[in-house]
Design a protein around this ligand. Structure first.
Ligand code: GLY
Length: 578
């Protein structure tokens, strides 16, 4: 375990403080003490054990903590309710001498005793409501006769279990993944495999993977963030771009919950294409020539600057549907007018007209910890709906990893690092460079602030490093200490969509024989648009599921599996990996 820092809040005798200090005596854990009582005996104890301690008047605690950061905050006999601003510094634990929710607040032991009730201890996360956060641990006291005996037994239990629970909380993480696609399904699978997982929570999962964690229901992100505090979430993993563009990371950070992802400012790299293009040009990153169109009158003269066909892109987020290659100039004009008039609402009120590039497209995913980039092996997705790269653009119909392309990655990383460093904000996650290898070198087509779906389904089959370790090192700006172990192998994914995808996918059809093909062909299935009812699986979206496998025969097994999945509305490409 890396060195961790604990801040203990105590204002009394400090017996729990002493138990914690003794427990971590020969470890890498650094402990500090804060007391709001000048003459509290706990301050003397701190001196005795050589622990750095602070006396801070209650009203000054928020100010005192402003530029200080700890991995965990521990309440150990602290007599006051801390303001929310203080609790938004990070994760707080408390210990309470009753079996919560019974006997909240003061005099818990005395009241338990008076009622001759069940007694015990509770260790819980701290929210703004008194003694009400999610319970981590409880232990009942078998029997007691006198008040003194009860007190003694409670303290004994506290001193034994509080340090152990603290240690577990420092090592093992509660992770919340938000998102409902196959990308979030594989993220959940990888995180579930981690030896550093305490508990996995899911926000808005689809029915196909909601069994991998505890589902948190919420009406808005504010409520989700409250529940995340309640459950002691250490890390939010933001799977898709929209929550980040809506500011979920900013909100969670303001509550003291670290996120694998980026804030609203950085998410503009994906949610505002004109912004990203401008930065690419500024930092000398090769990208196709473009113009931005905002008025219908600008269309004719803009089109004249491009060889036919140019690429038309909505500036904002359109769920992968905002890119169009026109068939003629009049078609181009028609589409641009539709975009400007709000085909994708505000997202298309600005249009990017870009020179079309020809070559092989691929995806580069890099971890970014605010200082350093660490690249995954390259991957490739197949964006067009039909085999032979024909038809409309989709979110992705298949993928392979790793993909080979020789280009100067160090030079590119240096430029990308400069670009990222020019933006002020929070980014501890994945930056996705959508690239194309042309006769004239490698160009960047776009940036995304997340993993690609379905690239990640293939790519993560090859990653051997514990996924929570990846998250942990990224979030805590320690990528220089991360050994990203990659298997030298290939993996592929074929997406099974519903007929009519991407425009009008047919919904409601039943999908059968999935368990059989998993066993028979040793493939993995990652769900996206499915509903499960009475053990039956039904199509409920465009992309239904991904079939993934690594190693020899992967592609032929995947296609055999797809062939045997019974779903009369299925649509897939038969040329993935070829
Ligand atoms: N596979 C493309 C994307 O995730 O945007």
């Amino acid at each position: 375990m890396d060195t961790k820092k604990l801040l203990i809040f105590a204002s009394g005798k400090g017996t729990n403080f002493e138990a914690i200090v003794k427990y971590f005596k020969n470890s890498d854990i650094i402990i500090e003490l804060l007391s709001d009582k000048k003459d509290a005996p706990v301050l003397q104890k701190a001196k005795k054990y050589n622990i750095k301690s602070y006396f801070v008047e209650f009203k000054n605690i928020e100010e005192f903590l402003k530029n200080k950061n700890y991995d965990l905050y521990i309440l150990a006999g602290f007599m006051r309710i801390l303001p929310e601003e203080v609790m938004n510094k990070g994760k707080f634990l408390n210990i309470h001498p009753s079996l919560l929710p019974e006997y909240k607040g003061k005099n818990a032991i005395l009241n338990t005793y008076k009622n001759n009730d069940k007694a015990g201890i509770s260790i819980h996360y701290v929210t703004r409501d008194v003694d009400s956060g999610g319970i981590i641990f409880q232990k009942e006291i078998e029997n007691y006769k006198t008040l003194d005996e009860l007190e003694e037994k409670i303290h004994k239990l506290e001193h034994k279990f509080y340090p152990e629970i603290i240690e577990n909380e420092l090592i093992k993480k509660n992770v919340l993944i938000i998102g409902s696609g196959a990308r979030e399904h594989i993220l959940a699978e990888k995180i579930k495999e981690s030896k550093f997982l305490n508990k996995l929570y899911l926000a808005n999962p689809n029915d196909g993977f909601k069994n991998l964690g505890e589902v948190i229901e919420y009406k808005n992100y504010e409520e989700l963030s409250y529940k995340a505090k309640f459950f002691g979430i250490d890390y939010l993993v933001a799977g898709a771009e929209n929550p980040m563009a809506d500011g979920i990371v900013d909100l969670f950070l303001s509550k003291g919950i670290k996120s694998f992802g980026c804030d609203k400012e950085f998410s503009k790299l994906e949610s505002k294409k004109s912004y990203a293009k401008k930065l690419m040009q500024k930092f000398d990153i090769k990208t196709a020539p473009y113009v931005v169109i905002q008025q219908i009158e600008e269309i004719d003269s803009a089109l004249k600057n491009f060889q036919f066909p140019p690429v038309i892109k909505a500036d904002g987020l359109c769920f992968g549907k905002g890119v169009y290659i026109p068939e003629s100039f009049s078609d181009a004009k028609k589409i641009i007018i539709e975009f400007l008039k709000g085909k994708f609402k505000d997202a298309s009120k600005k249009v990017i007209l870009e020179q079309r590039l020809y070559g092989n497209e691929f995806s580069l995913f890099s971890l970014y910890d605010g200082k350093k980039l660490l690249n995954f092996p390259l991957a490739k997705d197949y964006k067009k709906e039909n085999s032979g790269d024909l038809g409309k653009n989709t979110g992705g119909m298949g993928s392979i990893a790793h993909y080979k392309c020789n280009f100067n990655l160090d030079e590119y990383n240096n430029k990308l690092l400069k670009l990222l460093a020019s933006i002020k904000g929070y980014y501890r996650g994945v930056i996705y460079s959508g690239m194309i290898e042309t006769n004239d070198g490698v160009y960047v087509l776009e940036y995304n602030v997340r993993f690609g779906d379905p690239e990640i389904q293939s790519l993560l089959q090859l990653i051997e490093t514990d996924f929570i370790e990846i998250i942990d090192k990224t979030i805590n700006s320690k990528l220089d200490k991360l050994n990203l172990k990659t298997e030298d192998n290939f993996a592929s994914t074929v997406v099974m969509a519903a007929k009519g995808y991407p425009d009008n996918p047919k919904k409601g059809g039943e999908i059968k024989n999935i368990e059989n093909v998993i066993k028979k062909y040793k493939v993995k299935i990652y769900y996206s648009g499915v509903k499960i009812k009475d053990d039956k699986t039904f199509a409920s979206g465009g992309r239904i599921l991904s079939v993934t496998k690594k190693g020899k025969n992967a592609i032929s097994d995947i296609y055999k599996a797809i062939g045997e999945i019974e779903f009369k509305d299925k649509k897939f490409r038969d040329d993935i990996g070829s």
